[in-house]
Write a protein that binds this ligand. Sequence first.
Ligand SMILES: *Cc1c(COP(=O)(O)O)cnc(C)c1O
Length: 357
Amino acid sequence: MKKVHNFNAGPCVLPQQAVDKAIEALKDFAGTGMPVICVSHRSKEWSAVMDECRALWKELLNIPDTHEVLFLGGGASLGFLYVAMNLLENKAGYLETGVWAKKALKEAKGIGNAYAVASSAETTYNYIPKGYEIPADLDYFHITTNNTIYGTEIHEDMDCPVPLVADMSSDIMSRPVDVSKYAVIYGGAQKNVGPAGVTFVIVRKDVLGKVSRYIPTMLDYRTHIDGESMFNTPPVFPIFVMTETLKWVKELGGVEAIYKINKEKAALLYDEIDRNSLFVGTAAKEDRSIMNVCFVMAPGYEALQDEFMSFAKERGMVGIKGHRSVGGFRASIYNACPVESVQALVDCMKEFEALKK
Ligand SMILES: *Cc1c(COP(=O)(O)O)cnc(C)c1O
């Protein structure tokens, strides 16, 4: 098989161990003589996977008993609507830090009164707004902890006077999180914890049941709490691969251990961007994401962009093209991206500089 360094933004690189387990389970799942995609989701073998998956989430993120973990469909994009449907009664505030945050806000606006408390739109979301005040009369305050497209990240669990809701699609399990500070944490699995097709939700049970609207059955978190994420047929294969991915995280030493590795990987790449005269980073330094590293050609070298892209491609780099809305380059270095891949990209940047200077 061709050797590549996978920097795709999502779906993206997964631990090889999890992929291998998935291949095995497609042949014979848990000794059933059937592929995992052909067994009943009501079977005891499948229940064991659901239980293990839930238990791993709780253990790895230290999720308190006040919160429930759910596995749903619809991606983070349907998650935007879930949040508003379940929590918005009078007014909701959003921190507008990128396109995903804006899309989340749009869904809330369709349901009720929602607005951006602060925004960095005027500088193409290259920083996280600070110094804003969160009004105490909001039903909830919504943040996007990692802005996948712009490479900015909120590095700390903030204190919030109202229920805090976070889209953590692209940095879940990359760092320790104090779950007790959040009313809802949700996201698509396909950035850091599994393949596309399953959405995770961690919800504090006491924030539910406070809105007066009718909530359609499938959009009501309580349906899925009561049904233990099996009110209807769950996305069995993505959940299986997610479980194997979380087992890998645990074997590595858990989220604390992976956080340390993630910081090292990010530093390796940012140091090269800062050192290399051909490239510059686009995100404000204090807000730089440890998951998505965005950079462009330095002023005066813009014309070399396509050439570097081809140069990197020839050396096995995949998925380093920046999002179409910002251009340049983006290397997504999620949990499963090995340090060897980051080193290969750094070497490639060094080589290219030597060639051009
Ligand atoms: C990818 C992404 C989304 C969209 O996720 P889907 O599962 O495709 O709906 C939302 N928010 C963030 C932060 C993302 O990175």
